[in-house]
Design a protein around this ligand. Structure first.
Ligand code: SAH
Length: 213
């Protein structure tokens, strides 16, 4: 990807916010070195794009803090080449990070404007391995299932059943679960026989997932 005046900011972000914490997966770090985060926020926010906090995007939504995006991605445990489902496209930043590692990313967003804006930026950057859908992500994308990784960027009150069903065997789903006050980022794994296990990664605070499930 082309070089730009924020390359230095990006390198510093990776070193001081990711490596210095617990992000060790080189595929994830490489993705963060490459994806120009400033292009996913408004012009006014660009100078803050590489700071250690979330930023506002349209429709009162936010682009998560870089570390949280990295932690969620690392927790997916992708080896490279997987088919991944991304719920809550938002700015498209997380989608880009996933598209750097996965072979194809299917991303669902309920707000048309957010989805279209994200698609424009991602197309401009040259990503050809992303499919977009406007709709309720709690229903997943049944036509394209199963997925070898599912990442949900908004908090669910409970685990959406369709997403569990659409998770392939030997695959992981990362999803924040809880109410507005208290949430846990969960890693849900399906083993090779289809058995489900859950593990808490960290306490967190995401905006709510709004949908049927
Ligand atoms: N991954 C995004 C973060 C977006 S914040 C990024 O990197 O910028 C969470 C997003 O989930 C918001 O854009 C919100 O509109 C969307 N969302 C909430 N409920 C949803 C649902 N049921 N289906 C699809 N998208 C949903």
């Amino acid at each position: 990807m082309m070089d730009d005046k924020f390359a230095g900011h990006r390198k510093k972000m990776v070193e001081t916010q990711l490596i210095s914490r617990d992000i060790k997966d080189q595929k994830v770090l490489d993705a963060f070195y490459r994806v120009p985060r400033h292009l996913f926020v408004s012009l006014e926010m660009r100078s803050q794009a590489y700071e250690d906090y979330p930023l506002p995007i349209a429709h009162n939504q936010t682009i998560s803090q870089p570390y949280i995006v990295a932690l969620m991605t690392q927790s997916l445990g992708l080896k490279g080449g997987e088919k991944v489902l991304d719920i809550g496209t938002g700015s498209g930043y997380q989608t880009a990070i996933l598209a750097e590692i996965a072979s194809h990313v299917y991303t669902v967003e309920r707000h048309r404007l957010l989805s279209e804006t994200a698609a424009e930026v991602l197309n401009e950057l040259g990503y050809k391995n992303i499919s977009y859908k406007i709709g309720d992500g709690t229903k997943g994308w049944p036509e394209e299932a199963p997925f070898e990784g599912i990442l949900v960027a908004a908090a669910a009150i409970r685990l959406p059943e369709p997403l569990l069903e659409q998770l392939a065997n030997n695959s992981t789903m990362i999803i924040p679960v809880g109410d507005l006050q208290q949430q846990e980022l969960l890693s849900i794994k399906k083993d090779n026989e289809g058995n489900i296990s859950k593990e808490k990664i960290v306490g967190c605070r995401f905006l709510p997932l709004i949908g049927a499930e």
